[in-house]
Ligand binder design. Sequence first.
Ligand code: GLC
Length: 756
Amino acid sequence: MSIPGDDRDNGTALDAKASLTAGADYWSTAAPPDLGIRSIRMADGPHGLRVQDDDNPDHLGLGRSLPATCFPPAVTLASTWDPALIRQVGEALGREALSQGVDVVLGPGINIKRSPLCGRNFEYYSEDPLLAGRLASAMVAGLQSQGVAACVKHFAVNNQETDRLRVSADVDERALREIYLRAFEVVVREADPWTVMSAYNRINGVPASENFWLLTELLRGEWGFAGAVVSDWGAVRDSVAAVEAGLDVRMPGPPPDTRVAAAVANGSLSEEVVEKVAARLRLLAERIAASRPAAAEMDEEAHHQVTRRAASQGAVLLHNDAGLLPVDPSRERSIAVIGELARTPRYQGAGSSAVNPRRLVTGLEALQSRLDGVTDVTFSPGYAEEGDADADTLVKDAVALAADSSLVLIFLGLPPAAEAEGRDRTSIELPANQVELLRAVAAVNPRVVVALSNGSPVTTAGWRNTAGAIVEFWLTGQAHGETIADVLLGEVNPSGKLTETVPVRLEDTPSYLNFPGEHGHVRYGEGIYVGYRWYDARAIDVDYPFGHGLSYTTFDYSDLEVTVRELEDPVAFTIALTITNSGSREGAEVVQVYVGDHSGALQMPVRELRGFAKVRLPAGASERVTLDIRRDDLQHVHPEAGWIFTGGEMEVCVGSSSRDLRLRALVDVPGHAYELPLTLWSPFREWLAHPVAGPAVRRLIDERGGVRGRMGDLLGDPVGRDSVLGNPMLALSQFPGFPINEADAEAVLAGLGGGS
Ligand code: GLC
């Protein structure tokens, strides 16, 4: 393509740059000759490499991929609440990517867990955006420290799998910014990801991958993102609109996308847009090269140990009322291991994130090898995950074994088909056959420990009391058996905490009436009240609250001090408290800080997570913990003024979960008053309160003999006064006796300089 009057062969160069806007093949970007931009290779996924041979690619993990370390999925990593540990996983994942020639790892996924039914919640971090952002930032930093780009996804508001390529997430501005975009904003501002993946869905009717406000005005303009945006696979409908909106590469390729080149040629798409794509891909290649370590050692064993550490730190001890845990096998006559999941483990989710693990140890194998020579370990499947096995016989055999054992370790959870990319759940219950088995087993042996394997919450409300202890292992990654044995036998003291509320009933969930939507739309009717924000605002009992997780030791909280900082300081206040390990063994606690904004500036959640720290202490030890709470992290979105923090009374709560708050303080924190632009539609009280417009209006009213007629009567009446003060100026100007007309008001606004 040549452009008339251009004496260089510019057409070739422009064609070449335009060709960058579509993948060269299923996993790579184009590398047109003479541009000096190399092809960039991408691969899933967030918790392990899924590199497939290029002749049989797919984006749902259906095809086999090269063996790789299967790290714990996000649900488990996040439950560690440990950024340093997550960074280590990111570093290891980056080294694995280098070893397989991958430049961009397509993760982390940080979409907010709006409903426990979302089929990909296993792949996401939390219902809370600050927590998701802080933890995912560690993953990004770990990956990119190895010269491998992270690709934060799916930008944005992709909170369900149902109809995901078409559905419009219809969400108000405040919920959009405070909840669904906030985690992405934290990651972009704090970890500087080199790529972002645009989502399949629409946002308020506009496709995310063709959304100028999202990809250019917000991501680049407001947040300062300098990286490249790639689309989700198959997300782009109109490639010219997408590139114009700020997308860099439509994936997958081929076919090459001639539409962009044609649009540049006919002038409907500016050359500058294509030049920017080339510049951003060039920068991506340069960043990768600049951060690449000299030698990328690939230590499989070390990566396996990182997986094991992360999985065991992500296990959440939900309850241990009977003190059955940790198990001391030397005191057990015989242990029954019951449940097909002990033999056929569930350790990751299904879909594009699926990894072909280098190794996998089942829970049964790990327990048998650990307890060999210590006590008898006998297995019974108890239920079949699929197929029409003889359920009665399975239960009968398991019950007989339980009756004849001193302790039962029962493995329950969700079958692979229950939660996967491309589909959502319809229930938060465990499979009925598993609950029936549990009840039958507990009827003959009261010493029952439940080990759960699932990627999103299952309510225990209907059966919790039949179990002496419950550990939520989520999805452990390949170090499955070791992790379960480590925790149940007490080699590791569990310290995981829930990053997603476990509800009692599906009907209690915030999105219950609006999930997954219908006829191409899903209304985010709950607004900002997602997760614990909802349950706390409605005082709804939950099965287990956000932030919950027990330990084999106990922790005491004392001596809270809150030091409020000056307004100029980016830190609003510093919290100091003493945490003591008051139990008998070493352990780690996640100290959580929740703040309730009592300023009255906006309708507010009861309290919100504003800081956290994981503290590891030997038995009997204490530590003075301090946390800085940033003023930016206390902001909320005003419909007209945007992000505001007006300051005022704040309730600061510190505790072991969102509902186990041990220390509280009320403090007054300085903030910034916000000015709303004065308009004809501003209420009369705002006109009177305005520093310039107020005196001008009062002068006019005095010069014209005051407010007369009905408005004058109402103003003089203590009950009616408010109704006048709340009326917009434009409305009042139409009432007889009100001495200011529209032209007067316009003149006052003009005197303010632009009507503000
Ligand atoms: C999938 C997923 C995305 C994945 C991509 C490539 O559809 O939505 O997370 O990275 O395609 O497999």
